[in-house]
Design a binder for this molecule. Structure first.
Ligand SMILES: [Fe+2]
Length: 394
């Protein structure tokens, strides 16, 4: 079965250019921060914003050939869409997918049918009790052997999705360095799982590279900006914040966040996991953001279960304080994705673990239970923790 094919000319931030009737296909380029002339290798394919019924497949070609995407389930006939590679980033939106289903896809250039095949799996249906696996990492983009080692451990772990806690590419989020410090180390992961990023302070100087490369589901979550957004996956509601912007009173991000937390569907998604770059709690150095106590109060009163952050290059887990009347979130710092590590420098009686290791954090969660493990670059688990969701139904 073939879709109608169409040559699409891309402009920065141009909205959906074409929709192939009946197949739920759309083509779009999220931005054109640089020309392909600066690229020696193609980047991708990589997945973005995968949900239970949709995903985006992105590709950054290094040439001007026309591309065709083919995808299918099992041994069904290939569904096809043809693209003209005239943009910096090509995006193919697949809608009307089935939940919890594995799809095979391939990109074909010209008449070449020998290209690699990739697979991805959609999220479980809302309300499902299936386990999902979430790999969390941050501060990764050094390009050195530690980054590669952690990437391989994450690949071995086979996550459903990836959360990046910011500082994706050092030193300044340069688009030209994404090749060596993002696309190559994570190539196998990016083509089979979807990554949901946040902005670190080192990503800010070239924020146009970030917004050109990533197509986060901010519009679907009612956010006015790609810098903060939310999504549901498995039995969790995930909230990605931009801690560079902060949560000061009347800020756009705070107003959106309050609304987002209010609109959560806790019956379908009982867990709330917030993640951002700067930690609210750390013993590497004292967190200094002016909006810290407001954020702590908001997360506690909203019943946030887990707050994940990077920026300080180590692993830290804090226990929930007993004094609070409301259950407090568990705070995790995971800044060991590849950049030089930092020692502990201050004390906190609620710190349970401080480990100066390159690592990622693996979360396995279903409606009733969330298990966490911290895995180092050799593949060794050095911390585990489990939370029960007693209020969960079914
Ligand atoms: Fe940072």
């Amino acid at each position: 079965m073939k879709s109608s094919s169409k040559v699409v000319l891309f402009k920065p931030l141009m909205a959906l250019s074409a929709i192939a009737a009946g197949l739920g296909l759309a083509y779009w380029a999220p931005g054109e921060a640089s020309s392909r002339a600066t690229r020696t290798d193609a980047q991708g394919p990589y997945l973005q914003a995968t949900s239970d019924t949709s995903t985006s497949i992105l590709y950054r070609p290094a040439d001007d050939r026309s591309y065709q995407l083919q995808y299918r389930t099992g041994e069904a006939s290939w569904l096809e869409a043809r693209l003209q590679a005239t943009a910096s980033t090509l995006k193919i939106q697949l809608n009307n997918l089935k939940p919890d289903t594995t799809y095979t896809y391939r990109l074909v250039a010209g008449d070449n049918r020998g290209n690699s095949e990739f697979q991805f799996k959609t999220a479980p249906a809302p309300g499902s009790s299936a386990n999902i696996k979430v790999a969390v990492f941050g501060d990764s983009g050094s390009g050195d052997s530690h980054q590669i080692a952690v990437a391989k451990r994450m690949q071995d772990w086979q996550p459903n999705i990836l959360l990046h806690l910011g500082d994706i590419v050092y030193p300044n989020g340069e688009e030209v360095l994404y090749e060596e410090r993002f696309f190559k180390p994570y190539a196998a992961l990016l083509s089979s799982t979807t990554i949901f990023p946040t902005l670190g302070n080192h990503d800010l100087p070239n924020i146009h590279a970030y917004t050109s490369i990533f197509a986060v589901p901010f519009q679907q979550s009612g956010s006015p900006s790609p810098r903060f957004y939310s999504f549901n996956f498995g039995s969790a509601h995930f909230v990605a914040l931009d801690s560079n912007l902060g949560l000061s009173a009347n800020s756009e991000q705070l107003i959106w966040l309050q609304q987002d937390l209010k609109q959560r569907n806790l019956a379908l998604y009982p867990w709330t996991i917030v993640y951002m770059h700067h930690p609210l709690r750390s013993t590497t150095r004292e967190p200094e953001m002016a909006w810290r106590s407001e954020a702590l109060n908001l997360f506690e009163s909203a019943g946030v279960d887990l707050v994940l952050a990077g920026h300080d290059h180590a692993y830290q887990r804090f226990i929930a304080p007993e004094a609070g009347k409301l259950p407090s979130p568990i705070f995790i710092v995971s800044g060991g994705g590849g950049k030089k590590l930092y020692p502990q420098q201050i004390s906190d009686p609620q710190l349970a673990v401080y480990q100066q290791s390159f690592h990622f954090v693996g979360l396995v969660l279903n409606r009733h239970q969330l298990s966490l493990e911290a895995i180092d670059e050799q593949g060794k688990t050095f911390d585990t923790y489990r939370i029960e969701k007693s209020a969960a139904v079914n």
